[in-house]
Write a protein that binds this ligand. Structure first.
Ligand code: G3H
Ligand code: 13P
Ligand code: ZN
Length: 333
């Protein structure tokens, strides 16, 4: 058993309270490897932004649980080395799928866990979330829960809407589970294909796809029910066209990839949405940089020569998100 406090990490409690008061959001960036972690920490340290390092089940399998624990501890020390005296770094389990997974993360030094019971019947979601909350809170670990199902690209718009979080359920859910934050569904979704061509309109000037807006009316209704309660948005990559273009230019094939416009995320950040999850954009930046090096220099075989540029591009991306989209820069001086 390792407590996150021994690793120099923090839970989300204070981060979220300050973000809600200050009208900004905390970036939650997924990582699977050293280059992503370096880029996240460098961006957070240089902008003095609190940050959430997210680890999915896939990432835990990929990177090894023990190694992850030391990587998180190393991240705190690296941040200090970069001149960030008091790093505010949270290590969070993304989309925890069972009590056992959440418990294992609490026991291995995570400072926050998500239990994703959104696919379960309502009462089962409550029971599972409550069980995780009881264990996590006993170790001062914060818990994110989810209510409502994120749309899949295969959904028709009407079907997707039927999965939106029901504002009339949120008070009962938050009260009975005791969760610290709630992930909601208002039209975001995971991956680089968030909307089908049919769900979008086409900008007549650029020919680019314009996605339908997020359901801010539902967010407003949720905030009315749970004033000041921390809300989380998953699936919040914007799928920057410049990365998609580089990937496609250098042999990739990502037709019609489309994400959430950054203006909408900026607007959400000013509300009680205090955690915004971004993974796909980092994958796109990584892939764009690597493809470019390979295409321009087919003889290259030193991974540092292509992972290095990928790391630089991800650092730039993370800083852009922090400064221009979430507004969390300077909030962890
Ligand atoms: O929400 C999903 C995250 O992007 C993590 O994805 O399960 O492929 O690691 P993953
Ligand atoms: P994206 O696929 O939009 O980056 O979402 C990531 C996410 O929600 C991780 O939980
Ligand atoms: Zn997610």
């Amino acid at each position: 058993m390792v407590s996150y406090k021994e690793l120099g990490l923090v839970n989300t409690k204070e981060m979220f309270a300050k973000a809600i008061k200050g009208g900004y959001a905390i970036p939650a960036f997924n990582f699977n490897n050293m280059e992503q972690l370096q880029a996240i920490i460098k961006a957070a340290a240089e902008t003095k932004s609190p940050v959430i390092l997210q680890v999915s089940k896939g990432a835990r399998n990929y990177a090894n649980q023990t190694l992850l624990q030391y990587m998180a501890q190393g991240a705190v020390e690296y941040a200090k080395e970069l001149g960030w005296e008091k790093p505010q770094i949270c290590l969070h389990l993304d989309h925890g799928d069972s009590f056992e997974t959440c418990k294992s993360c609490v026991d291995f030094g995570f400072s926050s866990v998500m239990i994703d019971g959104s696919h379960l019947p309502y009462e089962e979601n409550i029971a599972l979330t409550k069980k995780v909350v009881e264990y996590a809170h006993a170790h001062d670990v914060t818990v994110e829960a989810e209510l409502g199902v994120l749309a899949g690209v295969e959904d028709e718009v009407c079907a997707a809407e039927s999965h939106y979080t029901k504002p009339e359920e949120v008070v009962d859910f938050a009260t009975r589970t005791g969760c610290d934050s709630l992930a909601i569904s208002i039209g975001t979704s995971h991956g680089a294909y968030k909307f089908t061509r049919e769900q979008c309109t086409v900008d007549p000037q650029t020919g680019k796809l314009v996605p339908p807006p997020l359901a801010f009316d539902i967010l407003d209704a949720i905030m009315e029910q749970l004033p000041g309660f921390p809300i989380v948005l998953h699936g919040s990559s914007s799928v920057p066209q410049e990365y998609v273009d580089i990937i496609n230019q250098y042999g990739g094939k990502l037709p019609d990839a489309v994400g959430i416009p950054e203006e909408q995320l900026r607007k959400a950040s000013e509300s009680t949405v205090c955690k915004i999850n971004i993974d796909s954009d980092s994958r796109l930046a990584f892939t764009a940089a690597v493809r470019k090096v390979f295409a321009e220099n087919p003889g290259e075989f030193d991974p540092r020569k292509y992972c290095g540029p990928a790391r630089d591009l991800m650092t730039e991306l993370y800083k852009h998100k922090i400064i221009n989209v979430l507004g969390s820069n300077g909030k962890a001086e």
